[in-house]
Design a protein around this ligand. Structure first.
Ligand code: HEM
Length: 449
């Protein structure tokens, strides 16, 4: 079958060879979760093919690397329907599509070095839990415990602080020379905001970034944790710090930071330590990589699309809609995974009870049946908040308004300072099936004459 291929502003022309290769593969061999597809952008081609030829796709264990078999939903309608139906698609014990943890890995945060293999196995069998991997009624208690941290009133109170910090970061940038935008701006601003949300010492903010980076990456050479042991040690370190803070907050006056809210919530008396660790982890990762990669993505996308950049600079009122378009186009979290609670039929495919189903937001956001010219980056779309990137249903992103606020503020401050930001070469993209982002991105801000 031949199909009209859309121009994807994230794929370079050299990828024509990859397109041919992917379209020549037997369908059943397609493994959209292979992290190798993400730095190259090849996943867009795989999803494009799946949306047309096999929208509810089964990857058998023999083609799934170390992941085990799983199902992929690639069309907007199916993703939205599954995400909105927590009774049929349960989040219990599952967030992203991952290799199942060994007992040693599962027990790592709690293991002070004295645990027996049997004790570790008990922890593995119990599974990890956080607000993002719970069904009702527990989910409501856990989400309710922290939601005030991002209430409209709290966000309004935070805005001047975010603006001041954003301004200070931008004023400290080198002008007329190359530097890494990811490290100097995106990471720095999100780390500062995260430290504020946790009321964590600002001077130690990069520790939060480090933990988040470790949790969301596979250990390996050059990665934030080079070995599984290092990753286990970092998880234990975070656990000890987090619990210590929560215990201290309990003896202090209630405040509006996430950890104080958790400490004082009437529900949290019943939370286990493992659940608090889980919730803390979701808040940490949720507030970190996502926003960071959207900040970098906006600079990258505008540099690749000069006509959109010109529109923005001519009319700064487009900032909020540019922000939403970037969140759609970037899709900082590629997917969430669920488990079916009974046999389900979708588009003639029978998904058995208990199987993992992956809701690929990164594919739904480029579904031409739902979004016109979906592969393109267009900052003045009619309905820019119409995207899947924040999910749907009871788990819809708790921090979505905060993310939009940070992006809006930094862009207001950037437009006020820099008439031009030039991306040099191609950014280094993250090797991850879950976090769609950038490790480094070299830019130059030209000197004004
Ligand atoms: C552009 C930035 C962001 C994106 C794309 C994003 C995306 C997502 C997605 C896809 C989900 C799961 C939705 C679902 O399962 O239906 C989620 C949940 C969540 N996000 Fe975000 N997020 C962003 C920023 C943030 C920020 C800044 C925070 C603040 C701490 C945050 C906190 C959370 C929390 C706590 C959840 C779990 C909600 C629940 O399970 O009830 N996120 N986010």
């Amino acid at each position: 079958m031949t199909i009209a291929l859309s121009r994807d502003s994230e794929l370079s022309a050299e990828r024509a060879e990859a397109r041919e290769r992917i379209y020549a593969m037997p369908l059943e061999e397609l493994n959209p979760a292979d992290p190798d597809h993400y730095p190259t952008g090849d996943m867009h081609v795989i999803f494009e093919r799946l949306r047309h030829e096999d929208p509810v796709h089964f990857t058998a264990a023999e083609h799934a690397g170390d992941l085990g078999h799983y199902w992929s939903l690639t069309k907007w309608e199916d993703i939205q329907a599954a995400d909105s139906n927590h009774e049929l698609f349960s989040a219990e014990g599952i967030v992203a599509l991952n290799r199942p943890l060994t007992a040693e890995e599962a027990a790592a945060p709690y293991n002070d070095g004295t645990m027996t293999p049997e004790e570790m196995e008990v922890i593995r069998a119990r599974g990890s839990r956080s607000l993002l991997s719970m069904d009702p009624p527990d989910h409501e208690a856990h989400r309710g415990a922290v939601s005030e941290g991002v209430s409209p009133a709290n966000l309004s109170a935070m805005e001047p602080l975010i603006r001041e910090r954003a301004g200070a970061i931008l004023d400290g940038l080198p002008i007329g020379e190359e530097f890494d935008w990811v490290d100097k701006v995106s990471v720095e601003l999100t780390a500062m905001t995260l430290a504020t949300l946790f009321d964590y010492p600002q001077e130690k903010r990069r520790q939060l970034t480090h933990w988040s980076n470790v949790f969301t990456s596979q250990p390996g050479p050059g990665m934030p944790a080079e070995t599984q042991e290092e990753k286990n040690a970092a998880r234990r370190e975070w656990f000890v710090v987090l619990l210590d803070i929560i215990h201290r907050r309990r003896s202090e006056e209630p405040r509006l930071d996430f950890l104080s809210l958790m400490a004082h919530s009437p529900h949290s008396q019943n939370f286990t330590e493992a659940e608090m660790l889980g919730d803390g982890g979701v808040l940490l990762v949720g507030g970190n990589d996502t926003t960071r990669n959207t900040i970098s993505g906006s600079v990258y996308a505008l540099s690749k699309n000069p006509e959109e950049n010109a529109k923005l600079r001519a009319n700064p009122k487009l900032i909020p809609s540019m922000v939403s378009e970037t969140i759609r186009w970037q899709t900082p979290l590629t997917h969430m995974a669920r488990r079916t609670t009974r046999d389900v039929e979708i588009r003639g495919k029978l998904i058995p009870k208990g199987d993992r189903v992956v809701m690929w937001y990164v594919s739904g956001n480029r579904d031409e049946d739902k979004i016109e010219n979906a592969a393109e980056y267009i900052i003045d779309r009619k309905n820019p908040r119409h995207h899947l990137s924040f999910g749907f249903g009871i788990h819809r992103c708790l921090g979505n308004k905060l993310a939009e606020l940070q992006l809006r503020v930094i862009w207001e401050e950037m437009l006020a300072r820099f008439p031009e930001i030039n991306v040099i070469g191609e950014p280094e993209r993250s090797h991850s099936r879950f976090i769609k982002g950038y490790e480094t991105m070299t830019v130059v801000i030209p000197r004004r004459n």
